[in-house]
Design a protein around this ligand. Structure first.
Ligand code: SF4
Length: 379
């Protein structure tokens, strides 16, 4: 009997517990939408950190405990006294009119912090607010939920603010600074991409109750420390493009069966853990399994994906131009490896018809470099 897509995904994961999608994994997916390995590891709920570690390339991204503590302290300060600082930012910096403000704490439900219970309460209060009932304006740590590839994923924004121009807005509180009204673009992009998952989940929640997606803005309110102080400031971030991109990614997950169909029947990322959860599968065998799946490595992966060091080492071993990033890759269109680039530059390879122009440019660059080296040697 032919296996279902779910059976194949479960076989890819093997005996480990399934890990669900979260805002971070969705953001990583959006950052490298063409990567088959990432799509399969996420869809199968495989433990990417454990897999990368076992094949000798443990991830090293993520915040230090110092940065996490600083971030939590900043968020607590912004939300202190019924979000007094946040309201000041919304009113003074972003010039919003918020005449009456209600505050709803959704960190737990009567002391119960389980995701399911918090989600039910979140759904109840947000739907009431959307219908103009209740007095909530600021919803602290609501628990949203999305069904992705048939599995529930719980997603938790810092805050949802209602009635900014009559619409829900996702508020992200971050501890990286906004200096002279500018923030680090990589960090802003990462924050925005996660917020997109919240926007889509909130639209889904309201949509199921017949409330249109216009009720949720795709402009995010970013709150962060101003200049080199601890005083919060705010900025609006337009997330329309990223919301559209993530929406496309989510529909691609629904078609994961197309990718699974192309895999060898026996492929698995199983770690075969023992009773103490230690992997028993030989690392070389797992590496071989990973090597059988297409990756589209780019340097940006180092900021987003647990598999980045494995993929970088693979791209280097294959002398792939991917290690140099998409801009270089694009410039060398039709040439895939650094070996080929060097061969054409040295005149050791005969270029194909569509490589003739690039080969001439490379030989010219190689000549210039040699001349400069001669000059340097003579000086
Ligand atoms: S690090 Fe590897 S698996 Fe992760 S997104 Fe990049 S190419 Fe894909």
């Amino acid at each position: 009997m032919k296996k279902t897509v779910d059976d194949r995904l479960a076989a890819l994961r093997g005996s480990a517990k399934r890990l669900d999608y979260n805002a971070r994994s969705l953001a990583a997916l959006e950052n490298n939408p063409r990567c088959t390995l990432r799509a399969l590891l996420d869809a199968s709920g495989s433990d990417k950190t454990a897999i990368a570690t076992h094949v000798g390339h443990p991830p090293s991204f993520g915040q230090s405990s110092f940065a996490i503590t600083r971030g939590n302290a900043f968020e607590a300060m912004v939300k202190d006294n019924g979000c007094a600082e946040l309201l000041r930012v919304l009113r003074e910096t972003l010039h919003l009119t918020l005449p009456e403000v209600g505050y709803e704490d959704l960190n737990d439900v009567g002391g119960d912090g389980r995701s399911k219970e918090r989600h039910e309460r979140t759904e109840e209060v947000l739907l009431r607010a959307a219908r103009g009932e209740g007095d909530g304006t600021l919803f602290d740590h609501p628990m949203l939920r999305l069904l992705i590839g048939g599995h529930k994923a719980y997603l938790e924004p810092d805050l949802v603010a209602l009635r900014i121009d009559g619409r829900f807005h996702i508020v992200e509180i971050k501890s990286f600074p906004i200096i002279d009204e500018q923030a680090d673009s990589t960090q802003v992009r990462a924050a925005t991409t996660q917020a997109c998952a919240y926007i889509i989940a909130l639209r889904d929640l309201l949509g199921r109750a017949g409330i249109g997606e216009q009720a949720v803005s795709d402009t995010i309110v970013l709150v962060a420390p101003k200049d080199f102080t601890n005083r919060p400031t705010g900025a609006f971030v337009d997330a329309r493009k990223q919301v559209a991109a993530l929406t496309r990614q989510l529909s691609r997950i629904e078609r994961i069966g197309d990718l699974v169909d192309l895999l060898p029947e026996d492929l698995t990322f199983d770690l075969a853990p023992d009773a103490e959860d230690r992997p028993r599968r030989p690392a070389e065998e797992l590496t071989e399994a990973l090597d059988r799946v297409l990756v589209t490595y780019r340097p940006d992966c180092l900021n987003h994906c647990e598999m980045a060091f494995y993929c970088r080492s693979r791209a280097r071993a294959e002398a792939s131009l991917d290690v140099l990033g998409p801009v270089v890759r694009e410039q060398f269109g039709g040439i895939d490896t650094t070996t080929m680039v060097m061969g054409l530059a040295r005149g050791e390879l005969t270029p194909s018809e569509d490589q003739v122009e690039m080969a001439a440019a490379l030989r010219h660059a190689a000549r210039l470099r040699a001349e400069l080296e001669d000059l340097g040697g003579a000086a």
